[in-house]
Design a protein around this ligand. Structure first.
Ligand SMILES: [Zn+2]
Length: 183
């Protein structure tokens, strides 16, 4: 059994195309903007010479080129993208750096460096920080729509306004004042 398990080498089972697709979804959930000028007017410009799954783009506004990994922590790194994606996956499973190193046939120090970088987000540097992990937002307003119930809407609006105007102007708790202890 242990021999069979040893034969399963996860990195070789991973699809490179899907790894690049994953990065695109992570960094550009709403479509691809130019990383230099933020313009959404971009065109595809073929694939990378050595990594056929890596899409290249040209910005129509600033005419600069970029690709899937431009400005990410994966760019210019000697580890293939699938190793990074697997590392990210193992981090999600709460594996230790030592365990990840074992799974990926890597040095523990290298894995430490990778996990440290991954925790800070996949998009490197830049003024606007990339959102990753747990993201909180203060308030979200959702308009549920009042289609077909114009009366309800009008009524609700009116009563809301009315209620607002009825609020006493000064209900400050003045009694609270002068309650300092004399000690
Ligand atoms: Zn641009």
């Amino acid at each position: 059994m242990s021999n069979t398990v040893a034969m399963i080498h996860i990195p070789s089972l991973i699809d490179d195309a899907k790894c690049f697709a994953t990065v695109r979804e992570l960094r550009w959930p709403k479509g691809v903007p130019c990383p230099h000028c933020d313009s959404p007017e971009i065109t595809k410009q073929g694939r990378d010479d050595t990594q056929p799954e890596r899409q290249r783009y040209l910005c129509k506004s600033c005419h600069r080129r970029f690709d899937d990994l431009t400005d990410t922590i994966f760019a210019g790194h000697h580890q293939p993208l699938r190793i990074w994606i697997l590392c990210l996956y193992f981090m999600g499973l709460n594996l230790s750096n030592r365990q990840i190193a074992q799974e990926l046939d890597l040095n523990k120090d290298d894995v430490h460096q990778m996990t440290t970088q991954l925790r800070q987000g996949i998009v490197a540097k830049k003024a606007s920080p990339a959102l990753s992990g747990e993201v909180e937002c203060d308030e979200v307003y959702i308009v549920a729509g009042h289609k077909g119930q114009p009366e309800a809407v009008a009524k609700k609006g009116a009563s809301a306004d009315g209620a607002a105007s009825k609020v006493p102007e000064d209900e400050a708790p003045s009694k609270v004042r002068n309650r300092r202890s004399s000690g």
